[in-house]
Design a protein around this ligand. Structure first.
Ligand code: KIV
Length: 288
């Protein structure tokens, strides 16, 4: 029995049983049956903490903002995604692993997309790639899927198009824009994407897309009716203070905890309280 058959969604501890990673078809089968829990991860230690609790680990290009300090995802490179994807793979054994294709690595042609997606899969061991785009990218999605690369789509607010879209505002407020987001999702699903991230759209639009497409939708700033949810982990645990999107729910305030720990450490170093007797290697023994 694989861990996802158990329904518990938890890693069995100390049974000696080899973990089975949740597969792309496993996720597809969840549509309308069981919610898909997804979080972003960029490093092995974070992946280790999240892996027992989530179904899907996404190595998102949001790492450009969150850990590299860029003001958008545009500077992120394929090499960065490969390094972080491989680290997350080493730190996990249960969740399905999806890695983002960064800006500029797939938009030029279907062949460019295949070359870079194949590299991402070979060098990280991920099960699928994610790319942003709707109707304009449908032919590329089809090209990849037909050649054995599972693709997760991403429609609505697409951060790689921040300049073209004129900012990070929610999509689908006007009826023609809502119809456009729906057409994007349908085109990507028809092209063979196994799942679609729906980001930053009105609730009604996300609900309508979820009802219309046959593959699981993963919402972020979308609707509880999506087939799954994703958040940027650092947003969710209060580790990324630069910007908090309205839709994020904070489940912890780790920045505050870290700041207070660091202030304590600094004070103890300055007053020679640290290192104490437990933090040093004792005294010299006389040699015989
Ligand atoms: O880059 C990312 O982390 C993402 C998720 C927020 C969906 O695309």
């Amino acid at each position: 029995m694989s861990v996802h058959d158990s329904g518990a969604g938890r890693k069995p501890k100390a049974t000696g049983a080899k973990m089975t990673r949740i597969s792309v078809p496993d996720l597809v089968a969840r549509k309308g049956q069981e919610k898909i829990v997804c979080l972003t991860a960029y490093t092995a230690p974070m992946a280790r903490m999240l892996d027992p609790h989530v179904d899907l680990l996404l190595v998102g290009d949001s790492l450009g903002n969150v850990i590299y300090g860029f003001d958008s995802t545009l500077p992120v490179t394929l090499d960065m995604m490969i390094a972080h994807g491989a680290a997350v793979r080493r730190g996990s054994e249960h969740a399905c692993l999806v890695v983002d294709l960064p800006f500029g690595s797939y938009q030029e042609s279907a062949e460019q997309a295949f070359r870079n997606a194949a590299r991402l899969m070979k060098e990280t061991g991920c099960s699928a790639v994610k790319l942003e785009g709707g109707r304009d990218l449908a032919a590329t999605v089809e090209f990849l899927v037909k050649r054995g690369i599972p693709v997760m789509g991403h429609v609505g607010l697409m951060p790689q198009s921040v300049h073209a879209l004129g900012g990070y505002r929610a999509r689908g407020r006007a009826t023609d824009e809502a119809a456009g987001v729906m057409a994007d999702a349908v085109a990507i699903a028809e092209a063979g994407a196994f799942s679609i991230v729906v980001e930053g759209v009105l609730e009604q639009v996300a609900q309508a897309i979820t009802a219309r497409v046959p593959v699981p939708t993963i919402g972020i700033g979308a609707s509880a009716d999506c087939d799954g949810q994703v958040l940027v982990t650092e947003d969710m645990v209060g580790l990324f203070g630069a910007f908090k999107p309205r839709f994020v729910k904070r489940y912890a305030e780790l920045s505050d905890e870290i700041e207070s720990a660091v202030a304590n450490y600094a004070a103890e170093v300055r007053t020679s309280v640290f290192p104490g007797p437990d933090n040093v290697f004792g005294s010299l023994k006389k040699s015989s």
